[in-house]
Design a protein around this ligand. Sequence first.
Ligand code: FAD
Length: 293
Amino acid sequence: MKPSPFEYHAPRSLDEALGVLAEEAGAKVLAGGQSLIPLLNMRLAAPAHLVDINRVAELDTIEVSERGVLVGALARHTVVERAADAARVQPLLREAIRHVAHPVIRNRGTVVGSLAHADPAAELPAVLAVLGGEVEAASARGRRTIAAGEFFLGPLESALDPDELAIAAFFPAAPPRTGTAFLETARRHGDYALAGVAALVTLDEDLRVSGARAGYLGVGAVPLVIDLAEPAAAAQAGRPPGTLDWSAAAAFARERVDPESDIHADASYRRHLVGVLTERAMGAATAAAFEGV
Ligand code: FAD
């Protein structure tokens, strides 16, 4: 199929892009087009105006500091995946992006576009959520910062207003003595996952687990974050550092998810995956934390 007719805008500056979004009700932003173009072709979306931001060079940025990684709206998945300094400051970014679709799609698709698209089966929303990151939004009315916990409202629904552009996303750095891991199960590599987990484990100075969090994709309408520090502390009691068994934390997580069934997998299988992936990912994140000390 072909898209419904639309007026095409190709602004060259952020101000120009925000001007079009302010003037044209129902305008849609076009970034990498890897999700929007199929939706247009299938006529599941029929905006009257498309605002193509690919010529807005000021959005093509990655800023890495010790605080974290600020990814501009035009930074492609591949560029972020290959940025060694970004991977050093926040390894989850690279680990998760490797599971996003295929290289050709990652060459064009953007990290911020993936967040704005708000697909609950996508990898990057879960990463932003587990890290407690933020999205910077701009419109002709001004700018605001939206915390990850308030950004994802439902399947394909974000907190962005229709005239707002997500100009960047901030992924906070991993604290000292923190290990990360990203695991998912998909029918084929590159497919959207049936379920996945982004794991973070932080050790204290005595090398005991002091923080443990998991962000899940594919098991709800929005990315789900579960704090596993409590079950980890209980499992750790009386054991030497580095011998933590994550099976109780995995059971804890399995009880707290409420996935839906669809044609790809039923709810009970997804819940089972949450347990298996949690145990493996938390174990891998713990090993990574020990490697870093
Ligand atoms: P677009 O397609 O250009 O836009 C997507 C939506 O976000 C649109 O509604 C658009 O208006 C809005 N938008 C985009 N950027 C902004 C912005 N800066 N401000 C406001 N709104 C904005 N993704 C995964 O996460 N995991 C996968 O496994 C996966 N598999 C895929 C497999 C295939 C075959 C294909 C075609 C895509 C797959 N994707 C997957 C999607 C891909 O990652 C896209 O790159 C991503 O979802 C959207 O990024 P984009 O830049 O292409 O956005």
